[in-house]
Design a protein around this ligand. Structure first.
Ligand code: GLA
Length: 388
């Protein structure tokens, strides 16, 4: 993977300067999601994959119960004690401390540790760098202290760390993708049962390009938590007529129209999108099986429009980037990706057309939004693993 050996040698050097020789190094990747957005916390399906951009954590034991951290990309240190874990307003240590906190709360015995964290997942671009740090930490502490945790348990601890320590009520997708990613495969994850299946994603003729809006709205986390509440409110209303509906996964479009069409317009729109998106993902998986990438791509545009108009988590920059490629023959599908309010759009692009497309879109983006477009070509790679 490009860049990974350079980062590994850098992280070793930095660790050496601060703490000596690491006991181990773990790599945990960022993620993309092909389709199925905001469906994870509604217990539907998602279709993510791990990518070739990752977070690395180098770690070693300490025998004084202290935690000494260093963020290589920020050149910042942080120290605390295992016995007094608290969220820091520096933010980045929280993804590590939150995982240690979960392990302690669950009764696992861990000691103090030194850790250096760094990587090449662009921060704030919606590629789940935070989930990657959490999964890397869980994997590293599990190995270092011989806890015997399986991957699913590590994913659940990582998600809980984000929910309880960081305060974002995120679903399970990002951590699951980072931990369970597999080269050249997407993961069809059932977020209710946590059953999953790998599906080949053939990139012989297709490149996956991410266009980074460069925007990160501060309301991302409060609006995210609000969307969750709006969906829960929809479920409460549907339940009055259909008590068997425990989440939007159990509802269908008929129920949504029958129970929510008159009432809070926002709740109606949010639930309509989710119920349609869960079905759309199932249909998109059929497209994958049939190698019908044109049909798959069209669904991505429909997902974008739903995220923008019904779920209302897009932003003018992401809408603009999708509109710029909507009628371009080179692009099979495009949509905003992840939680929303900024981050990247994901584009499935015919091989050989990438350079022209990037030039065109970057110049339009500059004109329309007075911003320089950052783009990333990504490949699908393996999930969290030990480097050394
Ligand atoms: C963020 C969250 C995920 C998921 C997506 C939207 O990435 O962390 O759990 O809800 O948004 O699909």
């Amino acid at each position: 993977m490009p860049g990974s050996s350079k980062i590994i040698s850098q992280i070793k050097d930095i660790f050496q300067q601060h703490f000596g020789t690491p006991d181990l190094i773990v790599r945990s990747p960022g993620r993309i999601n092909l389709i199925g957005e905001h469906t994870d916390y509604n217990l539907g399906f998602v279709l993510p994959a791990a990518i070739d951009k990752a977070i690395y954590i180098a770690i070693s034991k300490r025998d004084d119960g202290e935690i000494h951290l260093y963020a290589g990309d920020l050149s910042q240190g942080f120290e605390t004690k295992l016995s007094s874990l608290q969220a820091s307003d520096k933010q980045w240590p929280n993804f590590i401390l939150g995982v240690a906190d979960q392990l302690l709360k669950a009764g696992y015995t861990i000691g103090g540790f030194n850790a250096v964290v760094m990587g090449d997942v662009p921060l704030g671009a919606g590629l789940s760098s935070s989930a990657a740090v959490e999964c890397a930490t869980a994997f590293a502490l599990n190995t270092l202290f011989d806890l015997g945790l399986d991957k699913k348990t590590m994913v659940l601890f990582s998600q809980k760390a984000e929910n309880e320590f960081v305060g974002l009520q995120c679903g399970i997708m990002d951590m699951f993708a980072s931990m369970f990613g597999k080269k050249e495969q997407v993961i069809r994850l059932d977020c209710r049962s946590l059953d999953y299946a790998y599906m080949p994603f053939d990139t012989t003729d297709i490149s996956i390009l991410l266009f980074d809006t460069g925007v990160k709205h501060s309301l991302a986390s409060s609006e995210y938590n609000l969307r969750r509440q709006e969906c829960e409110e929809g479920v409460r209303i549907i339940q009055q007529k259909y008590p068997g509906v425990k989440s939007l996964r159990d509802a269908d479009s008929k129920m949504v129209e029958e129970c929510l069409a008159v009432g809070d317009d926002r709740v109606h729109k949010r639930c309509k999108f989710i119920v349609e998106e869960i079905q759309r993902l199932q249909d998109a998986c059929t497209d994958l099986i049939n190698h019908d990438m044109d049909s798959f791509g069209k669904k991505m545009f429909i997902t974008h429009d739903g995220l923008s108009k019904l779920y209302e988590v897009s932003c003018p920059e992401a809408d603009g980037l999708v509109d710029m490629v909507r009628n371009d023959e080179a692009v099979l599908g495009a949509r905003m990706m992840g939680g929303g309010f900024g981050g990247c759009t994901i584009n499935l692009v015919k091989k050989g057309t990438e350079d022209n497309l990037v030039d065109e879109v970057a110049s339009q983006y500059r004109k329309q939004f007075v911003r320089e477009l950052k783009t990333y070509a990504v490949t699908i790679e393996d999930g969290t693993s030990l480097v050394s």
